[in-house]
Ligand binder design. Structure first.
Ligand code: AMP
Length: 423
């Protein structure tokens, strides 16, 4: 614990979202909710921590997340728990545990909230960050893939973010992927020396991951590697083509990238990522894909599924922030104790009417007007001894300085007219 009086700093890699930034966060969340609703999605709120097994089982023991990025701790009962590093595993756990597969049919769920990964902090990479994500359970049809990607791009469009790149790929299925994996591993083995240490280890454990390694040498080798798109079985190939045709029908243009593999183990068939050149090294703003065996792996009935997650910090950094927080519509100023009671009464009634109301907690008229100004209030409502005697309030328009005298029992009606234009 810090010494008394010493400033306590936040943990490395986490951020405070301050009032000046809240309006843009709220706008993004509200816009996403509206878009989700337009696609008939419902919200699910999942716990912030789970049994460690939920993540190691789903994400894969060889993924970066499970190997080195999880915040895992033993609780007082001796159980291993982990702060959620992503949402999909928890949503699948909740889907199975709560039998959301009943009644049968497509189930569309979205979530938003903080995620935790013990990564090396840098611009665009935090240890606590926020995601909003969607999961569609049930349909295996390519229309589900296309609709999910369309939903993702619609969220960006509704946020007026159009300058983004969508890359898509198909990772094949349990029928065609093993042969590709084998072919790829053999190719990589023949170039073993030129790969980074990490990728040399990946050749046997998870050769697909070599394809998206950021090391220069690995990139050159990945460029010449056998292409997963060319190794797809007939069904996977048809699924991929149909997905792209349906996406084209809604004007979504995805670039096929055979090197896009995503970091997690659970994907099959469609995988996609959205990036922006404006983001620098950490350029991915969203990613997702199809995961057809995860529900079964969690003890549920065979249920194909597809989903995505958007990183909110990166998305918001693309939007910039032009909105200072909105000030209150009314700022009440009481100049004597009796007036204070009246202010409480009037402010209470106006808050019930839905007005944004703030008040001063004491001081002279000048200093209280200064507070109203600092709060960016639209109107100051001043009540002193004289006003009390006449049962009126002095309403001052902060910008113009214009003043009005309004009877207490006329105040709501007067404000409805003055601020909202209601007769
Ligand atoms: P992932 O599940 O790793 O593909 O993450 C989905 C999205 O979450 C990424 O495209 C990023 O926008 C965001 N994201 C992932 N990790 C972090 C992090 N450590 N800090 C900030 N954003 C992140």
């Amino acid at each position: 614990m810090a010494d008394k009086g010493q400033i306590v700093q936040r943990v490395k890699g986490v951020k405070d979202i301050l009032p000046v930034d809240s309006p843009v966060w709220q706008w993004v969340e509200d816009t996403a909710r509206e878009t989700f609703e337009g696609f008939s999605y419902s919200e699910i709120r999942i716990p912030v921590f789970e049994r460690t097994d939920v993540f190691s089982r789903a994400i894969g023991e060889t993924s970066d997340i499970v190997e080195k990025e999880m915040y895992t701790f033993t609780d007082r009962g001796g159980e291993s728990l982990t702060l959620r590093p992503e949402g999909t595993a928890s949503v699948v756990r909740a889907y199975v545990e709560n039998k959301l597969y009943n009644p049968p049919g497509a189930k569309k769920l979205y979530y938003m909230g903080p995620m935790f990964r013990a990564e090396r902090p840098q611009a665009g990479r935090y240890r606590q960050f926020h995601q909003l994500g969607a999961e569609l359970f049930g349909p295996e049809n390519p229309s589900a893939d296309a609709e999910t990607i369309h939903l993702l791009m619609s969220i960006f469009k509704n946020l007026h973010l159009e300058d983004l790149t969508l890359r898509i790929n198909s990772l094949g299925c349990p029928q065609c992927r093993p042969a590709f994996r084998q072919k790829l591993a053999e190719y990589l083995d023949s170039r073993r020396e030129a790969l980074c240490d990490n990728c040399q280890r990946r050749i046997d454990k998870n050769p697909l991951r070599v394809l998206d390694c950021k090391a220069h040498g690995c990139g050159v080798i990945a460029d010449e590697a056998p292409s997963v798109t060319e190794s797809l079985c007939g069904e996977c190939s048809a699924h991929f083509d149909r997905t792209r045709t349906l996406l084209a029908a809604v004007g979504v243009d995805g670039k096929v990238d055979p090197k896009l593999v995503r970091g997690l183990d659970y994907y099959s068939r469609t995988a996609f990522e959205v990036s922006s050149t404006a983001l620098g090294a950490q350029d991915a703003v969203a990613g997702g894909g199809r995961y057809n065996s995860l529900v079964e792996q969690f003890g549920g009935p065979p249920t194909p599924a597809i989903g995505f997650a958007i990183g909110l910090e990166r998305l918001i950094s693309l939007l910039g922030n032009d909105g200072a927080p909105l000030g209150p519509e009314l700022f009440f100023i009481a100049l004597c104790p009796e007036a204070e009671e009246k202010v409480f009464q009037l402010a209470g009634a106006l808050r019930e009417e839905g007005y944004m109301v703030d008040m001063s907690y004491g001081g002279g008229l000048k200093s209280q007007l200064k507070q109203a100004d600092r709060a960016s209030a639209e109107l100051a409502v001043i009540i002193g001894e004289e006003e009390m005697a006449r049962s009126v309030a002095l309403v001052k328009e902060m910008k113009s300085g214009e003043q009005f005298t309004v009877a207490f029992d006329e105040l709501i009606k007067w404000l409805d007219k003055h601020l909202l234009g209601e007769e």
